[in-house]
Design a protein around this ligand. Sequence first.
Ligand SMILES: C[S@@+](CC[C@H](N)C(=O)[O-])C[C@H]1O[C@@H](n2cnc3c(N)ncnc32)[C@H](O)[C@@H]1O
Length: 384
Amino acid sequence: MAHAIESGILGDGKIRALDGLSASGLRPRRWLRELPEDAAARLIATAGDMDQNSLDWGAATEAEFPSGRGELHSLLGDLRTSVLSQGWHWIDIDPFGSPVPFLDTAVQALARRGVLEVSATDTAALTGSSKNPLMRRYGARVRLDKLKHDSGLRVLMATVARAAARHDRSITPLLSIWDSHHLRVSVQVRRVMGGANDIEASLGWRVFSPDQSEVDASVAAGLLPADSGSDLPIRCFLPLSHPVARGDKRVSGPMWIGPLGDADTMASMSQERALELCGPAAGEAEDPACWSEKQFEAERRRVARAVRNIAEESQAIDAAHLIAVDELSSWLERGSPPSPAKMVAHLQKQGHCAAVSHYAEPSFSTDAPWSAILAAFDEITAGE
Ligand SMILES: C[S@@+](CC[C@H](N)C(=O)[O-])C[C@H]1O[C@@H](n2cnc3c(N)ncnc32)[C@H](O)[C@@H]1O
């Protein structure tokens, strides 16, 4: 949010921000307390929930520990309708389970240019373990494999994009993260007819163990770098227009096949910046919890860990390959899993774009052709 405000994507006036399913309003109070002073002063933050008791707890906490900046309001009611009570520049949706019931009205309630942040805790559905709810809620299927969290994020992103398109909006992904029990995507939403019509170009399929004709189709669509080698990659994306068999267990989608984040936004999320904004330091402010020095240190480590690799990954966010190193060595049936950092350093030395990923599995992203990835693998594992 600090980056979105500072980069000007929310204009230069007041910012109406709604945490739509806020429980006791922890997030809006953190916005007010942790944003830089100038940004917080522009914020009219609202904590929404259908549970009066939760909102009362939030108000009581704010009374005891006032944020002292911006404004804090509450909005009681069912978010599916209460969100339409005014226009918002920022809406956060953090439900128990699936966000799908809240998307249509949230998109309609956004200002001409706004940001939507969507969490989903129905991880079993989105990552392909619960196939029926996945098909029912998201109209998709996901192969349960090493990239299941990435596929789940892409299915969620496609669902948000389609909701936006239904209301003549287009999205630009800002950030997508998986964090133990939830998936979360943040997108900029703009009211543009043409953009909404282009949505099909960003949707498609992910195919495990593609054959030569699928790899050729992926290269022809610009979804995979051309390669002079004869080995085929573990996976590739295919455009939505490519015919896929309904029962083909190798196929996941439809899903978002464009970048899952915005390079500038991700680059702004360095560990230093996260600590500066959100890392509590002993003796800096009042401390009602009476933490020890050690507890402050542990919390600062947690804050830094939460954004690990996000800034670095910004350099390869539009790369064609996300590769889990465990899967790479078992796919090749040789060597042991190489360190993602070594693979990245090697590929970068060869002039390719590569970065260690902020992902559930030790992995890296790269735009290198498959044969260059294999050459890097062989060189690194030969030296180990
Ligand atoms: C997962 S919790 C939110 C947690 C909160 N965002 C946080 O970080 O502490 C979901 C909240 O949504 C509220 N809720 C569920 N359905 C709702 C609806 N249709 N409209 C408004 N609030 C709803 C629940 O009362 C609950 O407080």
